[in-house]
Write a protein that binds this ligand. Sequence first.
Ligand SMILES: [Mn+2]
Length: 307
Amino acid sequence: MSRSFPPVSLIGAPTDIGAGHRGSSMGPEALRIAGIGDALSARGIEVVDRGDVIGPRNPWQPPVDGYRHLDEVVAWNRAVMEALGAEFRAGRMPILLGGDHCLAIGSLSAVARHCRESGRKLRVLWLDAHSDFNTHEVTPSGNIHGMPVACACGLGPDVLTGLGGHVPAMRPDQIRQIGIRSVDPPEKKLIQQHGLDVYDMRYIDEVGMKRTMEAALDGVDEDTHLHVSFDVDFLDPSIAPGVGTTVPGGPNYREAQLVMEMIADSGRMGSLDIMELNPALDSHNATAELAVDLVESLFGKSTLMRD
Ligand SMILES: [Mn+2]
């Protein structure tokens, strides 16, 4: 069994500018140390590490008008968007090594633009404990890593919603959220208003991960660009302690592997974010190593005996 993948570019974005804990700025290096490049090369994939995009330091200030570090968040996301855009134009698959999840505003903007320009359908799989659908009116913290999905759907400050030049960057019906188990009450109301498709842990418990993924991938075809935004806090904290916002009751190791294997089986993944890994909270880089293990499955390394 073999699949062919386009050449891959690793792009680090070492910042915790949108987070409530310091440390995800060290995520890219932890993923490199855990061997993400070699793991993909070993699967026969051509991999280039582009190094890190650069941006402003984290000034660690309180929120202003419901946003923490808005100017810095814009600068980082513009850098991410431009770096990913260059890879798409070169026919390569970007893997964004975060960094906190606010950087998905830049990656989603780049992916949405790429799909508009290439005439491809977009499907985003958002693997996360959180919906990240807050706005400055309802955010409890002002941390912009809780807002990227809302921004992508046009809810947020113009400097972020308009980053890619098209507002909204995407429609809620292009997004499927999986593993959700922590949503603020006003955020829940917004999600319902905008009709976001959420497969929360209750749904997964009731129908199982296989049927959840079949539903989330339904309609994906050869014209679809699948973007996977993997927040490491998607995983149960018992197997992935190295994140700032752990929530109990997430997918276990085997369920997470099944998610990745079914995405691989679709053959349509065109870009990937690996976000919120926080080495300062990890134990001997185990969470980074688990993330690399799961990425190998996303690229077709199967634990199964069948062909
Ligand atoms: Mn997130």
